[in-house]
Design a protein around this ligand. Structure first.
Ligand code: MRU
Length: 352
């Protein structure tokens, strides 16, 4: 299905099937798929960041709904089936707040449910599974289209900084920001990647660096606070990142630290590109200050895994995302088109 690493795999089985997700909390030291068989377990996998990245979260949530319907297939009363499935939706919706793809996918699954409301539970479960599989495959096609559009923005020889991981691991395959890089490389361009480590969860150091190394795409790891130095020395030609939610005016929420990189890129007149599917655009929110920002556990900041380096008793903030205003975005790269200097009018036109 995909020529890149697959963060999510559906496994058919006599009793319906199950979902496998690479445990991204353990990469790159351990490459392991974990199995999921209910909405609750998938919600836990999303919350605990076994699966992460906006499009991958959406695909996982779609499978979570299908798994729940399969699990409930033998419920006798239609009312009890509907009530239990509704609980599954609620658990998934409560897993992480910022990536709008989660809510987009749940809405698609709800529309599917409504369309097939008169079916028996097992026929409905089959329809929901088919929809989840479709969302999964569609995301790969979309990422390839994003890559094809975005590749033209990167000149041959470009040294490209990326923040967090917007790669195959963050999607159904190919990736958004890393998809653009992959497509540029496939087109014969000589591209090298500068991955910042992305404190505190280290998606850059652990995941982006790993993905690039797997495919022999040249990658250099830096700490987050080195970006300005390299930009000032002329060692970065472009920045490309993914996003968890784009507001109607083109403001983008992405992994904490993205705003800092965008400000630096602006200061050094380096193009700052954002790649995402249309499902990441939330026309219901007029501007980025309305995007809900997830706050995660203090332990992610005070140490890593079992090791704690911060002083006991210190107070901690851990906002997991920040908002980059549209004025700092050189272009938004979607499967439909590339829009330069995004604003409300251009973003709306993507949906015409
Ligand atoms: O907290 P995470 O790892 O889920 O954050 C992921 C990001 O910020 C990605 O850049 C974003 O979801 C785009 S993924 C194609």
């Amino acid at each position: 299905m995909s020529d890149t690493v697959q963060a999510l795999l559906w496994r058919d089985a006599p009793q319906g099937g199950f979902l496998q997700m690479i445990d991204q909390t353990r990469l790159p030291a351990v490459f392991e798929y974990l199995n999921y068989d209910s909405a609750e377990s998938v919600a836990e996998g999303i919350r605990g960041m076994v699966v992460r990245g906006a499009p991958a979260i959406g695909v996982a949530a779609a499978y979570g709904v299908a798994l729940e319907a399969l699990r409930l297939c033998n419920t006798d009363s239609a009312h009890d089936f509907a009530a239990a499935l509704e609980k599954g939706f609620s658990k998934l919706a409560a897993s992480r707040p910022t990536a709008v793809n989660l809510f987009w996918a749940l809405k698609r699954m709800r529309v599917c449910w409504q369309r097939h409301a008169t079916l028996t539970p097992s026929a409905l479960a089959a329809a929901l599974l088919a929809e989840a599989k479709f969302i999964h495959e569609e995301d790969i096609r979309i990422n390839r289209a994003i890559g094809a559009h975005g590749a033209a923005l990167l000149p041959d020889g470009a040294r490209v900084l990326t923040h967090c991981n917007a790669g195959a691991l963050a999607t159904a395959g190919h990736g958004t920001a890393l998809g653009v890089i992959r497509s540029a490389v496939s087109a014969g361009k000589n591209i090298s990647v500068i991955a910042d480590e992305t404190r505190p969860f280290l998606q850059g150091a652990r995941l982006t660096a790993w993905e690039m190394v797997q495919e022999n795409i040249p990658v250099t790891l830096i700490t987050d606070n080195m970006a300005g130095h390299l930009m000032a020395r002329g060692e970065i030609d472009a920045v490309i990142v993914g996003t968890d939610r784009v507001a109607a005016n083109g403001d983008v929420a992405n992994k904490i630290g993205t705003y800092m990189v965008a400000v630096l890129a602006h200061r050094h007149q380096i193009p700052f590109y954002v790649a995402c599917p249309l499902s990441t655009i939330d026309l219901a929110l007029a501007s980025g200050d309305l995007i809900p920002i997830e706050e995660r556990a203090r332990e992610e900041v005070t140490g890593y895994r079992d090791y704690q380096w911060a002083a006991q008793g210190v107070s901690v903030r851990n906002p997991s995302f920040d908002v980059t205003p549209a004025e700092l975005v050189s272009a938004l790269v979607t499967e439909k088109a590339v829009i330069h200097r995004p604003d409300t009018k251009q973003v709306a036109a993507l949906f015409d």
